[in-house]
Ligand binder design. Structure first.
Ligand code: PLP
Length: 375
């Protein structure tokens, strides 16, 4: 094992102002899941995403998906279509509500939900007598899904979309920021995301009533009364004012973080694309990816593992692409509409270190190690 310092896949990167906002929370004693940092952070995100969105800051991206589905009326026994090629947090909240996930495979252009398979799945579910109640689509690794096509299908069948933008803050589609395309969008500020509050998330929506409902449900569903009055089941999902202080500091450097991650991708591309065995995912026209994680496709599982283990031996963390949900033991019994794309990506794909705090010498070390596998 190399004695050189560890290179992480994606580690937190503070900007410098975060502690001032956190100190403000301490100085004013707003150590609670509400307070000025929460409001300012929500306003900062809304101003960044634009399009008149309202934002509810929450304890995690997973909580945001859970509330989004609940607010869209998902109940026990309902079916929800979900991109199979994703992190488990896109799908788990479907189960929290007692609903049934139905998985849809990806397309090669973006690695995200295939519009063709989505429509086939909807038609087939309707033919079987159950119309899906929602669609969870994901901008994976920061690459936007085909928003125009997915939204057109959602409108045709009148099915709401939960836009899982956990990995795509700062990405744009036809010049518009991701997060505001779905009926409800969600963001994550987990430690490995493009900006972080250590743990946290947000619900984003153009419908102010949905935001208000999210805040209501996230704060134990307390009705307006002098005593504690509850007419529905609530949750404790609001973001802490302390953590929102970190978020305010991170928003100041978000565009720098996007630029740094894109520069990582560009470095890998420039230095590795001539190796004919390796493939990169280009941005389709009209698309701007934050390149949250830089990924490569290798010719085979065997070569993918060879590269991964060579990196590990040099104390460099890398990770296979997401294992699709329909192939996970926990979800294997649910219906799925597949053409093999996500399973192929999982076999051959590798995420490379992508932190915005990587240094030139780190990138050089990574590229050197990968290149050494092709000599
Ligand atoms: C990180 C992530 C989530 C969940 O966000 P948390 O804040 O970690 O709960 C959901 N979906 C995707 C695609 C993610 O990458």
């Amino acid at each position: 094992m190399s004695q050189e310092s560890k290179i992480w896949l994606s580690s937190p990167h503070m900007g410098g102002e975060e502690q001032n906002f956190v100190k403000e929370a301490f100085d004013t004693n707003w150590i609670a899941p509400l307070g000025p940092n929460v409001t300012f952070f929500e306003n900062d995100i809304a101003a960044y995403v634009k399009n008149d969105v309202s934002v509810a800051a929450l304890s995690s991206g997973t909580a945001a998906i859970h509330l989004a589905l609940e607010i869209l009326g998902i109940k026990s026994g309902d079916e929800v279509l979900c991109q199979t090629f994703t992190f488990s947090a896109s799908a788990n909240p479907i189960k929290y509500l007692g609903a049934t996930p139905v998985f849809v495979d990806s397309e090669k252009d973006t690695w995200n939900m295939s519009p063709k398979l989505l429509e086939e799945a909807i038609e087939d579910r309707i033919a079987k007598g159950v119309k899906p109640k929602a669609i969870v689509a994901v901008h994976l690794y920061g690459m936007p899904y085909k928003v125009t096509e997915i939204n057109a299908i959602a409108e045709k069948y009148n099915i709401p979309v939960v836009e899982d933008s956990a990995e795509a803050l700062g990405s744009t589609y036809n010049g518009v920021k991701c997060g505001g395309f779905g009926t409800v969008g969600i963001l994550s500020f987990n430690g490995n995301k493009i900006i972080t509050t250590s743990g946290g998330g947000a619900l984003v929506t153009k419908d102010k009533a949905i935001k208000d409902r999210a805040v209501f449900l996230a704060t134990q569903a307390r009705e307006d009364a002098p005593h504690y009055q509850h007419n529905v089941v609530g949750y404790n999902y609001r973001m802490s004012n302390v953590l929102a202080g970190i978020g305010r500091g991170q928003m100041l450097v978000l565009d720098d973080r996007v630029a740094a991650r894109r520069a990582n991708y560009q470095y890998y591309y420039d230095n590795l694309h001539l190796i004919k065995e390796l493939e990169f995912l280009n941005e389709p026209s009209g698309v701007f990816s934050n390149r949250w994680l830089s990924c490569i496709l290798t010719p085979s599982f065997k070569i993918r593992e060879k590269i991964r283990l060579a990196l590990l031996n040099e104390n460099i963390e890398s990770r296979p692409l997401w294992k699709p949900m329909h192939a996970q033991p926990v979800f294997k019994d649910y219906a799925s509409y597949m053409d093999g794309t996500s399973e192929d990506l999982f076999e051959r794909g590798l995420c490379l270190p992508s932190g915005s705090n990587l240094e030139k010498k780190d990138l050089e070390r990574i590229v050197r190690t990968i290149k050494s596998q092709f000599i």
